[in-house]
Design a protein around this ligand. Structure first.
Ligand code: N01
Length: 539
């Protein structure tokens, strides 16, 4: 059967896929988006767990590419809830008339490059396969759920859920004994909400976490208008930043100020709430002693909030410094442990041995009776979504073979041996260390610029050069090692949460603005580090 033919196929209809389609249309290219879900939204389609909301503030966790869109959409809370972000992305899909080129409920089952590397055949579970010149993965960094392989799970008599595949009708836990595994950003958002409804909540904690109060609240009309009026400046600050957030990091060292002054700065950041706490001092992620000042401050706050000293002690993170793992922000997380109907269990000291029909059995023999089990156990991050697609290059090499020892990419945008494939926010790009829409827009714009260049110069094949890719990998390693980030041994940035995953620090830690400058430079240099060729090339 003849395949439908497109200039480009995009996999995924979240923030990245929607904007990629819009840009491809703008280039006059034919394109289709293939999406596994029954709606647009990507991560915000799937993550419907109780308490799900964004940790970036609403006024900048959104697209910046269209001034009209910026002005007409009004966020209602400081941190948007999952349904509000989904509504926003639905609005974007309608406003830019994107839906007619998005195929929902379509799972990609394979992607194979043509023998000459000038195209891709993409197969789907609907049987409607497509062929394209360029393949763009917009599959997100955190879309492959990580469910622990616990013996006995299949025999559990209650219900179990992963937060990243939460039932669309919601889950009523009223009167039920609920266990939550995991205390990352997701668990920390979900635990207070589940505790308020369940008869009893048992939190199974492997690694205690730092968390900063979110200080969420409604966004008044005046505030929303003030942000709208200030977008030109806000976007400029984001573009020049390390993390794509619109805050300027205090350039001082935490060690160059007196104890009282430092305490005052941390107190103010704690009261203001949110991820901006990280911007308190320039060296929090560069110097262990500086980092310890923030870590100590947060541990003191946990001790203050949690009434029972033994529970407080068990909640104190000691194995990593603040923000060396992605720091959560919360609404009443530590306060939740003051409830009589919440129990904290340290599964580092006493791991889960098995799931039994009535609950969990720990190594010590202790049992926890449960009706529902919630896995807030995170994702096979960054590489997982791409390896799940497992594209096959022109010489028959699968990505899973090429990446056996860990990922390698050029700029996080392309992989040698896989021509005409672009990976939005792929491994070794700033991605999860940044405000995601900011990184996504940058990647999509860069890819669009590259496709325009290929067309203008009569090229139809582009492939990362292995030497440039190797150099970029080394630069990534050095950039990560210049920070404290790789020292957090249990970090998903390193793949440590997935048994058997190669320990490679995956996001680019050199900073967003520096990364953008590198990508601009590569493009200006005629796409240095890429091999460009074309059946129609002029020269
Ligand atoms: O996942 P995580 P997440 N037995 O991997 C534990 C983004 N996000 O879904 O640390 C027992 O951080 C694991 O323990 P350990 C954000 O970037 C964004 O919470 O590996 N425990 C950890 O406590 C975030 O960082 C928003 O020792 C097990 C937890 O499960 C990322 O998503 C909101 C276990 C997993 O934490 C991932 O967050 C929420 C096992 N076998 C999330 N396996 C926004 O606001 C894992 N754990 C945008």
């Amino acid at each position: 059967m003849a395949h439908e033919e497109y200039d480009a196929v995009v996999i995924g209809a979240g923030f990245a896929g929607l904007y990629m389609l819009h840009r491809l249309r703008g280039l006059g290219m034919s394109a289709v988006v293939l999406e596994r879900a029954g709606g647009v939204g990507g991560t915000w389609y799937w993550n419907r767990y109780p308490g799900a909301r964004c940790d970036s503030e609403s006024y900048y966790y959104c697209y910046s590419f269209d001034r009209g869109l910026e002005q007409e959409w009004t966020w209602t809370e400081r941190y948007p809830r999952q349904p509000e972000i989904r509504a926003y992305l639905d609005h974007v899909a309608d406003r830019f008339d994107l839906r007619r080129d998005i195929r929902l409920s379509t799972t990609v089952t394979g992607a194979r490059a043509d023998a000459d590397g000038r195209g891709w055949t993409v197969t789907t579970d609907t049987g409607r396969d497509v062929h394209c010149r360029y393949l763009v993965t917009a599959v997100g960094c955190l879309s492959a759920a990580n469910v622990p392989d616990l013996p006995g799970l299949a025999d559990f008599a209650g219900r179990w859920f992963h937060t990243g595949a939460w039932p669309h009708d919601g889950v009523d836990v009223t009167g039920r004994r609920v266990g939550v595994v995991g205390t990352g950003s997701t668990g920390i958002q979900a635990i207070p909400v589940l505790a308020a409804q369940a008869a009893h909540l048992t939190v199974l904690q492997r690694t205690p976490n730092y968390s900063i109060p979110a200080r969420n609240g409604p966004l008044g009309a005046g505030e929303a208008d003030a942000y709208k009026a200030d977008y030109a400046r806000i976007r400029e600050v984001q573009a020049g930043s390390t993390n794509g957030h619109p805050f300027v990091v205090n350039p001082q060292s935490a060690l160059d100020v007196g104890d009282d002054e430092r305490e005052r700065v941390y107190r103010a950041a704690w009261e203001r709430g949110g991820l901006r706490f990280r911007a308190s001092y320039a060296d929090l992620l560069a110097d262990e002693a500086a980092n310890a000042t923030a870590s100590d401050f947060i541990r003191d706050r946990i001790r203050e909030v949690v009434a029972d000293p033994a529970t407080a002690e068990a909640l104190l993170p000691h194995d990593h410094g603040f923000a060396t793992k992605r720091p959560p922000i919360d609404t009443g997380y530590f306060e939740t442990y003051n409830r009589d109907d919440v129990t904290l269990v340290d599964v580092r000291a006493d791991p889960v041995e098995a799931v039994e029909p009535g609950g969990l059995r720990l190594r010590s023999g202790a049992r926890h009776e449960l009706d529902d089990l919630v896995f807030a156990t995170g994702f096979d991050a960054l590489t997982g979504p791409l390896l799940r697609l497992d594209p096959v290059g022109p010489d028959g090499t699968a990505l899973s073979d090429a990446w056996r020892a860990g990922p390698r990419t050029y700029l996080g945008l392309a992989v040698s041996g896989f021509p005409n494939l672009f990976t939005v926010t792929g491994p070794f790009s700033p991605s999860v260390l940044t405000n995601m829409p900011t990184s996504i827009e940058h990647h999509v714009d860069w890819i669009a610029g590259c496709l325009e260049h290929l067309r203008a110069t009569g090229r139809d094949r582009i492939e990362a050069d292995p030497a440039a890719e190797h150099e970029w990998g080394e630069h990534n390693r050095a950039a990560a090692e210049a920070t404290l980030l790789p020292r957090a041994a249990s970090s998903w940035y390193l793949g440590a949460n997935v048994p058997g995953k190669p320990a490679v620090f995956m996001p680019y830690a050199g900073g967003f603005a520096r990364y953008v400058a590198t990508c601009d430079d590569v493009a200006r240099g005629g796409y240095r580090g890429f091999r460009l060729s074309g059946s129609r090339a002029a020269a």
